[in-house]
Structure formats: C-alpha cells, structure tokens
Design a protein around this ligand. Structure first.
Ligand code: AMP
Length: 280
C-alpha cells in the first residue's frame, strides 16, 4: 500500500497503470474509518484492479458553525484498516493542494441540492461537488464508490458526472449498520452512552415506516407528519423527515415507484442522517 500526498505523483502513477489497462476503483472518505467505509473498499476490490482510497476532511463542505475543527481524525488506525484491506493507494492531500491559492473553480451542485440537507446546510453540496471533481481529476477512476447513507450526496455526484460527461461510473453501496440498526458514521463517536441509546430510534422508525408506507393510502405529507410524531420523543431536534422520489428527490405526486424516506435530526449536539429506499 502506497501512501501519497502529492496529487501530481498520484496522477502520474495512475496514468501508468491505466496505460496497462488497469481499472481504477476510487473510494473518497473523510477518514475515521469504520465498516461502512471498508465495505466500499471491498466493493472496489471486487470490481476493479487498483483501489485508491482518499482521506481528506474537506473544509469547504462544512458550514461556519459546523464541526470541521473537531471532526474525528484517526490517521494511524485508518491506515492500518486500509493496509489490512490491501488498498493499493491511499491519497492524503493537503488542503492547499486541493485548493491552491486563488482557487476559483467551485461547481454548482444543481437542483438535487435544493431539497433535504441542501437548505439545512447552505454551501455543503457546493463543497462536496467541488472536492469530488478535484479528486476525480487526480485519481482518474473508472468506478467511484459512495455509500447510500449519504444518499443525496451520491445522487448529486451521479448528476455531476452526467452533466460534465465524465467517464466515471458512480456506484451507490448499501448502508452498513451497527447491530442495533444505527447507521455507522464517523460522527457516532460524539454520542454519549445515553444519546447512543436514543439514536437507535432513527433506524427503528425508518424500518417501521418502510412497511407502513408500503401499505397505506395517505398523502406523503400525512405520512411525514405521522413519522415526525413517532420520532419526536426520542430526538432533540428534527431537521427534516422527507418522503421523496428516489431519483428526483422531489415530493412525489403519488406514492408510486422508488421512494426515499430520509431523516436528519439532532441527538444532543450531534446531527445524524439515515434513510430507507421503498419500492411501491
Ligand atoms: P465520509 O467519510 O463520512 O465522508 O464517508 C465516505 C463515504 O463512506 C461516503 O460515500 C459515505 O456515504 C460512505 N459511508 C459512510 N457511512 C457509511 C455507512 N454506514 N454505510 C455505507 N457507506 C457509508
């Protein structure tokens, strides 16, 4: 496993491998790795011949009041995990190599960023698409792997790739959960024991809602209101409970086809997100 900080050095090495017809699988992360991240690495290893993982806590996707400074960083154990998975390259860029002085190539995340987390985290998806384009330009992947936990992020990146005609396949892999259902997240370490128990409610409510939505004939709005009243006693603040079309991320006119039920809420000071896809 090669650990590389220089974008140019990584691109040179990858270009050589691409000349030899190697297929590059890319897993971008912000580190503090858990089984969710490692599942993406395993998908990449199965489907491509060279696996590149990046660890970069991207400053431009955090709002001024968000947790950029205290975001968990565990480089030593991250590298141990990635070595165990036999990743070929770990890319550890510095902020100044991703955003050189006078950087002005920010991208517009497009209409999919107007719903769900978009309005709650102004500027977040602009930072996400911008960093992904930089990382794609450096790592030149054939396939890039994302987790369904950040469903909206994966959809926005799929659209960006389409819009910019990049020849990259964007794959969305299933959410990896703790035994009690909580979606794994680097931010789960912020939870106290009591909050950790509270957090179980999110996936439980989603699971219940999944079977409920398959059966009922109610409006999306009424369903959301029902789910909000189920969730409310267990969490400290609800950012949104949204039932949307899983492709357009817009409110569905009818409960038909592939739907996404997504939740963002606070347990204490920790903002957690989770979702389920429902076929109707
Ligand atoms: P992050 O380090 O939080 O930016 O996440 C890096 C990638 O890992 C993103 O594509 C996430 O969607 C994915 N990921 C994070 N948590 C999970 C999880 N519990 N299951 C599957 N993928 C995940």
């Amino acid at each position: 496993m090669k650990v590389i900080k220089s974008p140019n050095q990584l691109t040179r090495l990858i270009l050589k491998l691409k000349k030899k017809k190697k297929r590059i699988g890319f897993v971008p992360t912000m580190g503090s790795l858990h089984e969710g991240h490692l599942s993406l690495v395993r998908f990449a290893a199965k489907e491509t011949s060279v696996v590149v993982a990046s660890i970069f806590v991207n400053p431009t996707q955090f709002g001024p009041k968000e947790d950029f400074k205290r975001y968990p960083r565990n480089l030593v154990s991250d590298l141990k995990f990635l070595r165990r998975e036999k990743v070929d390259f770990v890319f550890l860029p510095t902020a100044s190599s991703i955003y050189p002085k006078r950087f002005n190539a920010f991208l517009n995340p497009g209409p999919l960023a107007k719903t769900l987390c978009g309005p709650k985290r102004p500027g977040h998806f602009r930072g996400v698409v911008t960093v992904m384009k930089r990382l794609f330009d450096i790592t030149l992947p054939d396939i890039a792997y994302f987790g369904a936990k950040d469903y909206q992020q994966a959809r926005i990146i799929q659209e960006m790739v389409k819009r910019l005609h990049l020849s990259i396949q964007v794959k969305t892999c299933p959410i990896v959960r703790e035994k009690d259902g909580l979606a794994m997240s680097s931010r789960n370490v912020y939870l106290s024991l009591e909050e950790r128990l509270q957090a179980r409610a999110i996936s439980r409510v989603l699971q219940f809602a999944k079977s409920f939505i398959r059966k009922v004939h109610l409006s999306p709005h009424t369903i959301e209101q029902n789910i909000i009243s189920l969730l409310k006693p267990y969490v400290d603040k609800i950012d949104y409970v949204s039932l949307v079309d899983a492709v357009s991320l817009r409110k569905p006119k009818r409960l038909k086809g592939k739907l996404l039920l997504a939740i963002a809420c606070f347990i204490g000071k920790t903002r957690l997100i989770d979702n389920v896809v429902i076929q109707r």
